[in-house]
Design a protein around this ligand. Structure first.
Ligand code: SF4
Length: 344
C-alpha cells in the first residue's frame, strides 16, 4: 500500500486512541481487512490481530507474520507509541544521579542549560573511555543485537525495537536495551537471557563498586522491572585491579561481574521517593534555593560551579580534580589492546 494511502488512514488511527485508553482496544478499518490492536502497558498483554495479512497472527509489539510493508510496520510502531503514551522522558539515569547530588543541579541542567560550565577535556575523555569500555565488555556476551540510539531522536524507535527483540525472542543478548516507565528512561549496557531469565549488566570504568554505582543500578532496576520486564539479577561489571596482561587479552580475567541485587532491592523505595522529588523540582518556576557546599564536588564535580559560586571569592571555590590519572592510563592501554586484538 502506498504512503499516500497510509497518510489518508492516519486520522482513522487517531480517532480511536481515546477509546483505547478506556478499554485497551482499537479497531481500525484498513482496506478490506480489520486490524485489531489490543494494548496494555507491560510485556504480557499486547496483542495485534490483523485480518488483512493474517487474522490469527498474535504478537506482542512485534511484526505480524506475513507483514512485508515497512509503511505498515512504521504505522503500527507509531500507534503503539501513542497508545503507550510514550511522552518525552523527564529523568534518565544520569539526571537521576544528578538530582540525588543536588536538586538545583537537576533544575539548571533541564531548564537553564546555557548556564553550564564548559566541559573539561578530562571529563569528556572520561565519558568516552566509559563508553568504549562498555563496548569492549560486550565481548563477554557475544552474539547480541545492538539497539543503541545514536541520537536523542532515536529514543522512541530504540525503545520499541527493544520490546520487539524481547517479545520475538530473536536474541538472548541485547546491548543498550531501552526501557521507559513513568517518564523515566534507561538504556542498559547489556541485557542477557540466561537459563530462561533476564539479567541486567552495567559496565563501569572503575576498580570497585561505589555507592553511586549502586544508586545508578537501583534506578535502572526500578525502571526496567516496573516497565514490565522481570530481572532475575542485576550485576555490575568492573575492572579487576589484579589483572596483568600476559600477551593475550583475557576479558574474563580483566572484568569482574558482581551481583548487586541484594544491595539495590532495599534502595527501591528511595529511588521512588527521589524520582517524585526530582519531578516536583522540574515543576518549579525558579531553581530551588540551595546554597553551594560540599555537594558541589561529591560524588562528581558539578558543571554549574561557575554559576552558583560566582558571588564567592574564587580562592574559596571547590578544587575540581580529575584524580586517578594512573588508572585512566591503565584503561586507555586496555582499550588499545582490546581494539588491536579485535582487528587482528
Ligand atoms: S554548583 Fe553546587 S549548588 Fe550549584 S547546582 Fe551544582 S551542586 Fe548544586
Amino acid at each position: 500500500m502506498s504512503k499516500i494511502v497510509y497518510a489518508l488512514l492516519l486520522p482513522i488511527f487517531l480517532m480511536p486512541l481515546s477509546a483505547l485508553a478506556q478499554n485497551n482496544k482499537m479497531y481500525v478499518m484498513e482496506g478490506i481487512g480489520t486490524t485489531v490492536i489490543e494494548i496494555s502497558k507491560g510485556y504480557n498483554t499486547t496483542t495485534f490481530y490483523d485480518s488483512f495479512w493474517n487474522f490469527d497472527s498474535d504478537f506482542k509489539y512485534g511484526i505480524p507474520q506475513g507483514c512485508q510493508s515497512n509503511h505498515h510496520i512504521n504505522l503500527l510502531r507509531w500507534v503503539t507509541k501513542k497508545a503507550l503514551n510514550m511522552e518525552k522522558h523527564l529523568l534518565s539515569k544520569s539526571t537521576f544521579i544528578r538530582s540525588v547530588q543536588c536538586e538545583k543541579s537537576l533544575y539548571l541542567h533541564k531548564k537553564r542549560p546555557f548556564l553550564r560550565d564548559r566541559l573539561a577535556p578530562e571529563q569528556l575523555a572520561k565519558f568516552r573511555r566509559g563508553t568504549k569500555l562498555g563496548i569492549v565488555a560486550q565481548h563477554l556476551f557475544p552474539g547480541g543485537i545492538d539497539v543503541r540510539p545514536h541520537s536523542y531522536h532515536q529514543y522512541t524507535k530504540k525503545l520499541l525495537e527493544t520490546q520487539e527483540v524481547i517479545n520475538s525472542q530473536s536474541h538472548n543478548v541485547i546491548y543498550e536495551a531501552g526501557f521507559q516507565y513513568d517518564r523515566l528512561l534507561v538504556f542498559l549496557d547489556i541485557l542477557s537471557k540466561e537459563e530462561g531469565h533476564w539479567i541486567g549488566y552495567e559496565v563501569k570504568s572503575a576498580l570497585k563498586i561505589s555507592d553511586t554505582f549502586l544508586l545508578d543500578a537501583a534506578f535502572q532496576y526500578y525502571v526496567i522491572t516496573n516497565s514490565g520486564l522481570p530481572l532475575k539479577d542485576f550485576q555490575i561489571i568492573y575492572i579487576n585491579k589484579d589483572y596483568t596482561f600476559d600477551g593475550t587479552m583475557n576479558l574474563k580475567a580483566l572484568f569482574i561481574k558482581e551481583s548487586v541485587l541484594d544491595r539495590i532491592l532495599p534502595l527501591q523505595s528511595f529511588v521512588k521517593k527521589k524520582v517524585e522529588e526530582g519531578k516536583a523540582t522540574l515543576q518549579l518556576e525558579k531553581s530551588p534555593p540551595i546554597e553551594p557546599g560540599a555537594q558541589c564536588t561529591n560524588p562528581y564535580p558539578c558543571d554549574f560551579i561557575g554559576h552558583c559560586w560566582k558571588k564567592i571569592p574564587k580562592e574559596q571555590w571547590p578544587q575540581v580534580s580529575y584524580s586517578g590519572e594512573e588508572f585512566y592510563h591503565f584503561v586507555e592501554d586496555i582499550l588499545k589492546l582490546a581494539t588491536t586484538e579485535d582487528k587482528s
